[in-house]
Ligand binder design. Structure first.
Ligand code: GLN
Ligand code: ZN
Length: 762
């Protein structure tokens, strides 16, 4: 039987984040559309060449995106909300980026000034990739408005690659969309003709297969969604190219029969998240259904156990043609381990990034096609790496094991309830009503980044770097005092990233220099690699806090990242349950909380930006996750005295369905993102009678747009209608590190003015 290798999708940002720089140059006006397009062409060509050279038989096209693949489909369908002033035709670059980032045009004297907020952005399934939420309106029209799919197919063909174009499927796209006065799925029949047109064009251009991604098939689906999938693929599987329907991020579960009964020509399943589904898929698949087995982890960085995989796939490979693939697109893994210079060689040998993963797939395919002896050497190397990881003393630390064994429930509980803590904290902090604060970071300016880079390269020494950071901090603290903020922050200038900063100081984490993964648009992150038992050798943030507090009489927040977020934003061990990894992190951060308190911190914020995104995709698995996640947060927060105020912060969160868990976290104050949803999120808190304090974000920090005081007053009034005023804080949606000072200054001045306006109103 023939075994082929496919990749489903390759990282778009480029091995050295070339896309990021090309985009940012374009946005800042340093380059034009032609140079952006040239950079994109170059990246695509390099990605195809690379994948081909590594042994991929089925190359994707259309997996590239200038910002986001969900936005690409919105553009393809001509779904551009009215506020962008789009006149129809093709969705041009500026409209596309306005949808992604918002647009504000202060054209002097121009009567047509555009001032439009970005589309909402949220997490792509349970990843740390963000997509732009499609917005649908009643009477929504759809018309083919982008030729991207065909253009990129042709571009590849001109370079000699026959690709399998990738499209996000209509049912997942509609499932992710937000409808205003319209149920998105009810628009399926209007969407399908556009997909049919694209498929017909691809067929005419010579595509024999397309990959249509429907990751919604791993979710709990209702009858409408199931019916939509049936209707969609009945139509999309005739005439056009053959359809490889890709599912990933979990098990098909109760959608297995639905998926295998769809009249598509191929089905991709995730066998990393759901190895157990191989048997069932194999049994149900029609003989003519081409199976694509996602056997290499597209969501993590560990080298695979190739022997074990061969033993598992061998029997099915003997019976039918197969495609071997990563579990999902390689978008979520860093590009190339070979570019990594900063890692301990012992750790390096355990890892595989996108490039190495394609290599692993190719070894598997060759072993199955030509016999294991033809790849004896790479198989032996993989075996040695897997064995080394099982026994390495870098991983197993008996002291951590002993401490974990000694944890009891009392350690995860603040003794008096919030109602008793609140007056103690108020007496100590003496804050006005509508107290103002920020989420932690201030702009990471080019100067800050340059200084950090120079320090890392050894061009400035530690003392010089510290002098620089102190000056930045002092300036930020003084400025906050001047504009009248109530609870100050030091600005996080010394932090490269809210997780990395901690991971670098903890045992058990490894850090890469160039292992970037796209988070949204041009933003990339380098997730730490959690490989071993975590422990804190020394205090991590106390000196910076102490310095910042020495500059002011206002309360200075201690700023920490919570254990669940550190876990969820890292590549984590796959050799023990996530829960156990999380508890060890919780104990380390707990020690830091106590050190900050001992140093005098009255307010300590423990960010859990990523708690919600760790939710399993299936409801049935939620409670178990929430139980241990909340327990880990509490373990971190509960060692302090009653009068110490614990804050937490969460981004992009919808809370309705997890409010009991948020309540159980029992943070004295929680700041959340609400600006883009007009405070709607607070309804859930009100319905639940959430007792602790809340800072609903009053402006969206994800776009350069500067909010007006009146807008924030309006939002606070909306908040005040939903919750008692004594519960409310005033803050932006999230940290300000991605913004410029020119944006932050007027925005925060207006925010403080808005809070003062509210106080006067009483
Ligand atoms: N304290 C962090 C900051 O302000 C929080 C960021 C986040 O929640 N993503 O940058
Ligand atoms: Zn945030």
């Amino acid at each position: 039987m023939t075994i082929q290798v496919a990749t489903l999708g390759f990282p778009r940002i480029g091995p050295r984040r070339e896309l990021k720089f090309a985009l940012e140059n374009y946005w800042s006006g340093k380059s034009d559309a032609d140079s952006l397009s040239l950079a994109a062409v170059g990246l695509r060509a390099a990605a195809w060449a690379r994948q081909k050279a590594l042994g991929a038989d089925v190359l994707p096209s259309g997996d590239f995106s200038l910002y986001d693949h969900v936005l690409d489909i919105s553009a393809m369908l001509g779904v551009v909300p009215a506020r962008y002033g789009w006149a129809g035709g093709k969705v041009g670059l500026d409209t596309y980026f306005a949808m992604a980032r918002g647009a504000q045009d202060h054209g002097e004297g121009c009567s047509h000034a555009v001032d439009s907020t970005a589309q909402e952005m949220t997490k792509w399934f349970d990843t740390n990739y963000h997509y732009m939420v499609p917005e649908l309106a009643a009477g929504q029209r759809f018309a083919l408005s982008s030729s991207k799919a065909v253009d990129e197919f042709n571009e590849a063909r001109a370079l000699g690659y026959h690709t399998r174009p990738v499209l996000l499927g209509p049912v997942t796209w509609l499932t992710l969309a937000k409808g205003r006065d319209v149920e998105p799925l009810s628009l399926l029949d209007a969407v399908l003709p556009v997909y049919e047109e694209v498929l017909a064009q691809l067929a005419r251009a010579g595509a024999d297969w397309v990959q249509i991604d429907e990751p919604c098939l791993v979710l709990d689906l209702d009858e409408d969604q199931r019916a939509a999938l049936k209707r969609a693929y009945k139509r999309l599987s005739v005439n056009g190219p053959k359809v490889m329907l890709a599912t990933y991020f979990g098990a098909l579960g109760d959608n297995l029969e639905l998926a295998t009964d769809l009249p598509v020509h191929g089905l991709h399943v995730d066998l990393v998240r759901a190895p157990e589904q191989l048997e069932a898929v194999w049994q149900r698949a029609r003989p003519d259904l081409l199976l694509s087995l996602g056997v290499i982890d597209g969501r993590n960085v560990w080298r695979a156990d190739l022997d074990a995989l061969l033993a598992r796939i061998g029997p099915i490979a003997a019976e039918r043609d197969l495609i071997l693939a990563p579990s999902c697109s390689l978008l979520h893994t860093p590009v190339d381990l070979a570019l990594e210079t900063g890692l301990d060689p012992e750790v390096t040998q355990w890892l595989a990034f996108a490039v190495q993963k394609i290599g692993e797939l190719s070894v598997l395919a060759r072993a199955l096609n030509d016999g294991a002896e033809t790849v004896a050497e790479p198989l032996a190397a993989a075996r040695a790496a897997v064995d080394a990881r099982k026994t390495s003393s870098l991983i197993h630390n008996p002291a951590v094991a002993a401490r974990l064994a000694a944890v009891d429930h009392a350690m995860a509980k603040r003794a008096p309830p919030f109602a008793e803590r609140k007056p103690l904290q108020q007496a100590r902090l003496k804050l006005p009503s509508f107290p103002t604060t920020t989420i932690g970071s201030f702009p990471q300016t080019p100067e800050v980044r340059k200084a950090r880079a120079a320090y890392i390269r050894g061009e400035i020494d530690e003392a010089g770097y510290e002098v620089f950071l102190r000056a930045e901090t002092a300036e930020a603290v003084a400025w906050q005092e001047t504009i009248g903020l109530d609870v100050l922050v030091h600005g996080e200038f010394e932090r490269n990233d809210m997780v990395q900063y901690f991971g670098e100081q903890l045992w058990g984490f490894a850090f890469t220099r160039s292992a970037w993964v796209q988070s949204y648009g041009s933003r990339c992150v380098r997730p730490p690699i959690l490989y071993g038992d975590v422990a804190r050798p020394r205090a991590m943030t106390v000196e910076w806090w102490r310095y910042a507090q020495s500059l002011t009489d206002k309360p200075m927040k201690g700023m920490l990242t919570g254990p669940v977020t550190i876990l969820n934003w890292s590549f984590v061990r796959d050799d023990q349950p996530r829960e156990r990894s999380c508890r060890a992190i919780a104990l380390a951060i707990r020690d830091e909380v106590l050190d900050l308190e001992a140093a005098g911190a009255k307010v300590i914020q423990i960010d859990e930006a990523a708690l919600r995104e760790g939710l399993p995709l299936r409801r049935a698995d939620w409670q178990a996750y929430l139980d241990w996640a909340v327990e880990c947060f509490r373990l971190t927060a509960s060692g302090v005295r009653d009068e110490t105020q614990i804050h937490t912060h969460m981004c992009y969160s919808e809370f309705n369905d997890i409010l009991p868990a948020i309540g159980a976290m029992d943070a004295d104050v929680i700041s959340i993102e609400t600006a883009r949803s007009q405070m709607e999120l607070l309804d859930a808190f009100a319905d639940y009678a959430y007792p602790n304090e809340i800072g609903p974000g009053v402006y969206d920090i994800h776009a350069p747009r500067i909010p007006a005081e009146a807008e924030m007053v309006e939002l606070l009034s909306l908040a005040g209608k939903r919750l008692p005023v004594e519960q409310l804080w005033v803050n932006p949606d999230c940290g300000l590190k991605t913004r410029k000072w020119e944006e932050v200054r007027p925005a925060l001045i207006a925010m403080v003015a808005a809070a003062q306006r509210m106080r006067v109103r009483g």
